[in-house]
Ligand binder design. Structure first.
Ligand code: NAI
Ligand code: SF4
Length: 441
């Protein structure tokens, strides 16, 4: 069993409730933080090397240090709980089973930033989790951890949980801010980054649930202790949501640095392939990141062991690597149809595009249509080149990363599984029974 930071207490019966959480050491980091200089908390988080767990991996302490505290403007902490990346469900697990850990992290982090009004923005489909959080926040107010003059410290904090309407784009931090302000969730052009001009034009930090929930441990132990866990610049532990053709799908907390082989095949984690069928592909970080073909999953292109770290999963760039992304670990066996899967992702991104920029608005629709054609045995050889050209024209030419996220899975599928696209085009009659498609050499 590796080190557990986030899931250490998750299996204690009743840990969802304030009383049990408190009896088990809950809110101790707030007691400690309130006696500290807020800037020292930021320094501690910087030392920890904690990187944003939403997908981009931006250093959390560095982001906090961009907040201008001198101007005297109100500042905000917004927790991004709009977890919508296909294949990603780790934040839901944390919020559902140990909601007070997130609230504790929100208080210590808000105190470090000097924020007196903070928000948790949760996706609309997580209505029951929204209710769990509301209940927990009410308990925290009743126990004096939120509100005016918290525990006699002179520090005030109000915390609200806000439910989104179910749009994927509202997980993009500036769209989230627009939505929180009561507007349509259209991403803003960056810079300015939210740390400079965010909610109501005030300096705002937007952090993922898992990032914020890691802060209490860092404060109670130390940034240095956190940095000792993991490997290199991939410090600490990381949650992975595992789905697909493995024996034990679920949410796992691992110390970063173990091999992909161990994570996938040991009984403690994924337990190996279901029915012991051959492995075909892996998406290690949610639908937005490239799929890895079988020969690049356990070893990098250089023949080194592929590790569960930011660096190793990205090794080789997108030509032969992928990304840790949001930790949505999707495993495919040989019965999976990569064309159908890619079409399904394209359909999703087309549906979720906000429509502000034409490469994304039009390009995602074109990709969806062409992929549907190929999947249904009506594609032509030229379609593959047209698809390649569309994704290349979307990448890097849009306001927000949704465009890139739509382009990358298509590029990777063509790059690594081109023969499967060609197979669909050349042998349409063989793919009629799509549910049981098994790729043939
Ligand atoms: P990003 O790289 O643009 O930004 C990362 C963070 O660093 C942001 O908070 C940004 O404000 C901050 N930042 C970057 N440069 C800065 C600077 N110079 N000054 C101040 N702040 C700066 O990436 P973004 O858009 O936040 O996230 C994209 C990732 O999100 C994707 O790679 C994808 O994996 C992931 N994602 C996760 C989802 C989920 O459900 N968890 C859903 C969709 C995408
Ligand atoms: Fe909207 Fe897509 Fe442009 Fe993002 S990339 S702003 S989702 S149209």
């Amino acid at each position: 069993m590796g080190q557990k930071i986030l899931f250490e207490k998750i299996h204690i019966p009743g840990i969802k409730t304030y009383d049990v959480y408190r009896e088990n050491g809950g809110y101790a980091s707030v007691e400690k933080a309130l006696k500290m200089n807020p800037d020292d908390i930021t320094e501690e988080v910087k030392t920890s090397g904690l990187r944003g767990r939403g997908g981009a991996g931006f250093p959390v302490g560095l982001k906090w240090s961009f907040i201008d505290k001198k101007s005297g403007n109100p500042r905000h902490l917004v927790c991004n709980a709009d977890e919508s990346e296909p294949g990603t469900f780790k934040d839901r697990y944390l919020m559902e089973y140990i909601p007070h850990l997130l609230i504790e992290g929100m208080i210590t982090s808000s105190f470090a930033l000097g924020a007196n009004l903070s928000y948790i923005y949760i996706r609309g489909e997580y209505m029951w989790v929204f209710k769990t959080l509301e209940r927990a926040i009410k308990e925290a107010y009743a126990a004096g951890w939120l509100g005016k003059n918290i525990k006699g410290s002179g520090y005030d904090l109000d915390l609200h949980v806000h439910c989104g309407g179910g749009a994927y784009i509202c997980g993009e931090e500036t769209a989230l801010i627009e939505s929180l302000e009561g507007k349509r969730g259209n991403p803003r052009i960056k810079p300015p980054f939210p740390a400079v001009k965010g909610l109501w034009q005030n300096p705002t930090v937007v952090n993922n649930v898992e990032s914020i929930a890691s802060v209490p441990w860092i404060l109670l132990n130390s940034g240095e202790d956190y940095a000792k866990i993991g490997l290199g610049r991939s410090t600490g532990t990381k949650l992975f949501s595992v789905s697909g053709h493995v024996k034990k799908p679920g949410v796992y907390e691992i110390e970063m640095g173990m091999t992909v082989d161990e994570f996938m095949n040991s009984d403690e984690y994924c337990g190996g392939m279901i029915d012991d069928r051959p492995l075909k592909g892996l998406i290690p970080g949610g639908s937005s990141v490239p799929i890895l073909p079988q020969h690049l999953i356990f070893k990098t292109a250089n023949g080194e062991d592929r590790l569960m770290t930011y660096e190793s999963l990205a090794d080789g760039g997108f030509a032969t690597g992928s990304s840790l992304g949001s930790g949505g670990f999707i495993v495919y066996n040989d019965t999976a149809c990569i064309v159908r899967n890619t079409w399904n992702f394209s359909r999703f991104y087309h549906h979720e595009s906000c429509g502000q920029c034409s490469p994304c608005r039009e390009g995602t629709g074109w990709m969806e249509k062409i992929l549907w054609r190929i999947e249904n045995g009506q594609g032509t050889e030229e379609d593959i080149d047209v698809l390649w050209s569309i994704q290349a024209k979307i990448e890097g030419n849009t306001i927000c990363p949704l465009g890139d996220a739509a382009a990358w899975p298509v590029a990777a599928a063509i790059r690594h599984f081109r023969e499967e696209f060609e197979y669909h085009i050349r042998f349409p009659e063989k793919i009629k029974n799509r549910d049981h498609f098994v790729s043939e050499p």
